[in-house]
Ligand binder design. Sequence first.
Ligand code: SAM
Length: 290
Amino acid sequence: MTEPRHHPRKRYGQHFLEPVWARKLVAAIAPQPGDAFLEIGPGTGALTRPLAASGAPVVAVEIDRDLVARLAAELPPNVTVLSGDFLALDVLPILFGVLPQQPAARARTGEPTGGSALWRVRVAGNLPYNVASPILFRLLELQKATGAFADATLMLQKEVADRLLARPGTKDYGVLSILVQLEAEVTRLLALPPGAFRPAPRVRSAVVSLRFRPPTVSIADPALLERLVRGMFTRRRKTLANALKPLAAEFGVSSEGALAIAGIAPSRRPETLQLTELSRLVTVFASAGR
Ligand code: SAM
């Protein structure tokens, strides 16, 4: 007996990708031997199936229990479906518990084995647009704590993709651009029209690739950087001297003084700061806090 049709749930941001676009996305991901995938939000499996067809192990986290039950019954054995909220799940121990000891391709070459660390773990997902930013921040948090991921290929609302790619001095540059660009090389892979999904969303979409690498500038205190940029960008139209006042007061310094030591003009706006300048500013505040 065939299952009744799944009715897309708005609260989970369900817009399912048409197969032709799913194949394009998987071609852009280009799975290689030794890759293992963590998929966020497999939905009805549009991406999961072509990813799994490459032979790679896929661990897919889905919040909608109805979809989990269907997927688990339909997908090939190299897919493990986890039921839960990606934001709440401690996904890495499960992922590494599921992966076989070593990738078959490397086992054949006789390279030394080292357990699941030999897998190149890649993230993929057509993200639910309503929680895309928290999912991105969670991915960054996991990456900073473990360095587990090689890259992430993510479908996002076009405006969010623009923010990830934005350069200093542009209107899209902000917290997301800074925190993501610190950890990854970001590139745009595809642009998609609303008609690429069922039901069609009201927004346009884009696929970005985040290639993780060590930060290009050293940050004395990463948690302080996050506090600093979040504080600054809630006052993005103000001058830096004004935007930094609340944080400076907490540290018992003057914002003008901190900016002078960091060699940054107090009249500039938050959105003009390069990563190197942010790094200097964090160092100044970190030493003031000691
Ligand atoms: N990957 C499928 C596709 O491309 O057709 C579905 C994409 S749909 C835009 C987003 C999927 O993420 C939905 O299946 C939704 O139920 C799931 N989802 C939403 N919030 C989630 C969360 N916090 N954790 C895990 N999955 C979530």
